[in-house]
Design a protein around this ligand. Structure first.
Ligand code: RAM
Length: 358
């Protein structure tokens, strides 16, 4: 891209000059990136393209908000969004939507993977037909895509354990109420939770069970009840899914005696959790802005589909009101990725703020 071919000579210039000249070169590098970014925003994005957003499912309010952010971005560019997925969080339910994107000659697909690998053959078929692939929310391990990550994966995992630990005095049995067992995002966060729990600070906190509510409120409630009867001394639950935490909060709200020994935290939508924070059922939880996540993914997809980026680490693109983002190198099985930003902890102090209104 323009950004890359510009950046290289400036780097060489900076290396070849003495300290005095280096300051000027740094300024030049900064402004050149800024100019390239502005050019992206100004008009090089192609309008009239169709982008398929394929969320984990079409019913989850979190996914609906993320898709709406994507629509705002694509509308501003002059592109069209189609939202298509199943109602259950399985890869099988997403495959017809990938096929529809191919049939309708979509320029790009933005997908939240219900499974890291099972979607790869269908996504490869899409790529063979010229469709660019972006994952958001939950990554896929297929080649040639970028992942729009909501926040640093390790930070999400470790901070969840930190929040719960501080609330329960770093002691007692804890459990995780997750989404579907194949979800790349929850599994990655849980991996870091387990790693964090190995630190000496958490030696008295014991992870006794992980249950899967499949991001379905009824299933989440059933597995929660099973968990509570199997572990009557449970001190804490981390639910790293907005569906799981809101289902659990709803149950605990009507079974308040459990709150004498049980603490709930995780990743929740402020709009769903506000009631439970204000009445003390859940003291604090975390999230990022899912609308911005979809918006960023929309710009990433349009930038790929317009040929402004190819998805290589180090490339930058402009995401409208959010500014310029850089593609980070692949790490392990993730990415290459773009990170939206750090999560926010929500509690009584900020749950009523207009900025928490999502
Ligand atoms: C649920 C979904 C989604 C996740 C959020 C935190 O809505 O599982 O993938 O990112 O929770």
């Amino acid at each position: 891209t323009g950004v890359q071919t510009c950046a290289l000579p400036i780097l060489m210039l900076r290396r070849s000059r003495l300290a005095l000249a280096a300051a000027t070169a740094v300024m030049a590098a900064g402004s050149l990136v800024a100019v390239a970014g502005a050019a992206n925003a100004a008009g090089a994005l192609k309008s009239g393209q169709t982008v398929y957003f394929i969320p984990k499912d079409t019913l989850n309010p979190y996914e609906v908000i993320a898709d709406a952010g994507g629509k705002t971005a694509l509308k501003a560019i002059g592109d069209t969004q189609v939202v298509s997925s199943g109602t259950a969080d399985t890869a099988a339910a997403q495959i017809p939507s990938i096929q529809a994107a191919i049939a309708h000659k979509a320029a790009a697909i933005v997908i939240a993977g219900n499974d890291p690998k099972a979607l790869c053959p269908s996504l490869a078929a899409a790529q063979a037909a010229g469709v660019k692939v972006v994952a958001f929310d939950s990554d896929v391990t297929c080649p040639n895509h970028i992942f729009i990550n909501q926040a640093n994966t390790q930070q999400i995992g470790t901070s969840e354990v930190d929040l719960l630990g501080a609330e329960i005095g770093y002691s007692g049995q804890i459990a995780i109420l997750s989404a579907e067992a194949t979800a790349t995002n929850q599994n990655a966060w849980i991996g870091y939770m387990k790693q964090e729990l190995k630190l000496p600070k958490y030696s008295k906190m014991k992870l006794v069970s992980i249950v899967y509510g499949n991001d379905d409120p009824a299933t989440s409630l059933t597995v929660l009840q099973g968990l509570l009867s199997a572990y009557p001394n449970l001190r804490g639950i981390i639910s790293p899914t907005t569906v799981g935490i809101s289902s659990a909060a709803q149950y605990l709200d009507t079974h308040k005696s459990l709150l004498k020994h049980l603490t709930l935290t995780g990743l929740g939508l402020p709009s769903q959790m506000k009631k439970y924070v204000l009445d003390g059922t859940c003291k604090e939880f975390e999230l990022w802005n899912p609308n911005n996540l979809g918006y960023l993914a929309g710009y990433a997809a349009a930038s790929l589909a317009s040929g402004l980026i190819t998805g290589k680490a180090g490339q930058t693109f402009t995401a409208g009101k959010l500014g310029t983002y850089k593609i980070l190198p692949a790490a392990g099985t993730t990415g290459p990725s773009v990170v939206l930003g750090p999560p926010t902890v929500f509690n009584k102090a900020n749950i009523n703020l207009p900025s928490s209104n999502f």
